[in-house]
Design a protein around this ligand. Structure first.
Ligand code: DHB
Length: 465
């Protein structure tokens, strides 16, 4: 592990008629004792203008924020990335390209994921590998800050879905000693891993409570709709729609999971802006539910203000161009259920999360008491200490953690990969502990990210300048 500022390349990338010139430092190992060298490395990019004494958007070489996106999805390995086009959805310039254009320095790490093995067949990317790698990459940035481009006190992590969850973890648990043994074992740099701000798109987080949150939201919606991915002969993904009904066991599970959610929400002792408690009664009704409804209403309101027609949403009441009320059950039925119960800790251990919580020698494990007790696969239970390491909720009020002051969380209004309650609880817990959170559920937006980079960058500028 080292950094030689003189070993760079000057590169040019043109997309859609727009060109960025930048310096690159590629394939930097961010630990001394990697277990998977190909993935424990990072690329760093900086606008070339800065080396010619110019400024961009008011930033200079030493003051530019360091944008740090990850490419993790599905808790799979996150590939090393570079300025170019997005890999998923419609091809558009990716966040790295746009960030350089905007004047940010970009640090883009690869990160280990749940499917990786070493030569002896031992799994090397199970939890907590993903968060340990992200932290190690940040430690590298702090350690070599004097030689690196940009202001390493202004690191902003960014990710979507599982990657959004990792960004949230980075924001929540900076420098926490729980991660120290893992970082030491890898030979991470002797520096802090705190960050300035976290940008999180639809974080698939709080995994040990995501099942109950999902069933609280989708209770009584017993049909599910998703797309099953298969790779065709050319290796490209193809999707087949799956429309089916939950089995009697899944319906029973749904009710049992939903029944556990109020006690969890109430245990968090969340408070709204006015200091009033956000709670649920045993039927899942109460001020926390009203709070989640307000998130959806705020989403609809922004859509209306932007001139969108929302009249097809029969669950929404609009009066004088104001979204004034909603029928939660109607909303949930309309966006539809994607996952069967339990949504994350699958009783047959077939979910990405079961795979994430495997061990060096076991591919999949349970990570909640409920699913472990009701396992249909005779599965074992991951250590509670490891489950904790993947959940930012445990660290936000922990004095031993440095929690970022600035957060931007986006969770699409019709996202069905996890409950809206998950990002709502994260947001309120952060706010209750003094963090500033710019939170919104963009209208008619499914599980996705990086769709509003201009607004994201405006937010970054607002907190950095
Ligand atoms: C992702 C999506 C999921 O539904 C999930 O359970 C885990 C990860 C993702 O897109 O990263």
């Amino acid at each position: 592990m080292n950094f030689d500022k003189n070993r760079f390349q000057t590169e040019t990338v043109t997309l859609n008629g727009e060109t960025v010139r930048f310096r690159s430092w590629r394939n930097l190992s961010y630990v001394d004792r990697p277990v998977n060298p190909e993935f424990q490395q990072m690329n760093i990019f900086a606008p070339e203008d800065y080396f010619e004494g110019k400024s961009i958007n008011g930033y200079r070489l030493a003051t530019a924020p360091v944008f740090m996106p990850n490419t993790v999805g599905g808790y799979m390995p996150g590939m090393l990335n570079q300025p170019g086009c997005t890999h998923f959805g419609p091809a558009r310039p990716n966040s790295i390209f746009c960030a350089l254009q905007h004047g940010y320095v970009v640090a883009a790490p690869a990160i280990r994921g749940r499917t990786q093995k070493d030569e002896s067949g031992k799994f090397t990317g199970k939890a907590p590998a993903c968060i340990v790698d992200y932290k190690a990459a940040v430690r590298y940035l702090h350690y070599f800050a004097a030689d690196l481009p940009g202001d390493e006190n202004k690191i902003i992590t960014n990710g979507t879905s599982a990657g959004g969850a990792l960004s949230a973890l980075m924001g929540a648990c900076g420098n926490h000693p729980d991660y120290e043994p893992y970082l030491k074992a890898l030979g991470a740099a002797d520096a802090g891993d705190e960050i300035f701000a976290a940008s999180c798109y639809c974080p698939i987080t709080n995994l040990d409570h995501a099942d109950m949150a999902y069933e609280w939201q989708f209770l009584h919606v017993n049909d599910y709709h998703r797309r099953h991915m298969k790779l065709n002969e050319g290796g490209r993904p193809s999707f087949t729609p799956v429309d089916a009904d939950m089995t009697p066991l899944q319906i029973k599970t749904s009710a049992e999971e939903a029944a556990m959610f109020p006690a969890y929400v109430n245990s968090l002792q969340l408070k709204d802006h006015a200091g009033s408690p956000l709670v649920l009664d045993r039927n899942g009704e109460g001020s926390f539910k009203e709070y989640v409804k307000q998130i959806v209403l705020a989403s609809a309101q922004r859509a209306i203000d932007n001139g969108l027609d929302v009249s097809d949403k029969k669950w929404l009441t609009v009066k004088n161009n104001k979204a004034v009320a909603m029928d939660f059950a109607g909303y949930v039925k309309d966006i539809t259920r994607m996952k069967t119960a339990p949504a994350f800790d699958d009783l047959t251990m077939n979910s990405p999360e079961n795979n994430l919580f495997g061990s060096e020698t076991t591919d999949c494990r349970h990570f909640t008491a409920y699913s472990s007790q009701n396992s249909l696969a005779d599965g074992s239970l991951a250590e509670s200490g490891v489950v904790k390491l993947l959940n930012p909720m445990y660290y936000i009020e922990d004095e031993k953690a440095v929690t970022a002051k600035h957060w931007r969380i986006r969770h699409g209004e019709c996202d069905r990969d996890t409950s809206l309650a998950i990002s709502a609880m994260l947001t309120v817990k952060l706010q209750n502990n003094g963090a500033r959170v710019d939170y919104h559920a963009p209208w008619d937006t499914p599980h996705s990210g990086d769709y509003d980079l201009e607004e994201l960058f405006a937010w970054i500028d607002s907190i950095c300048k």
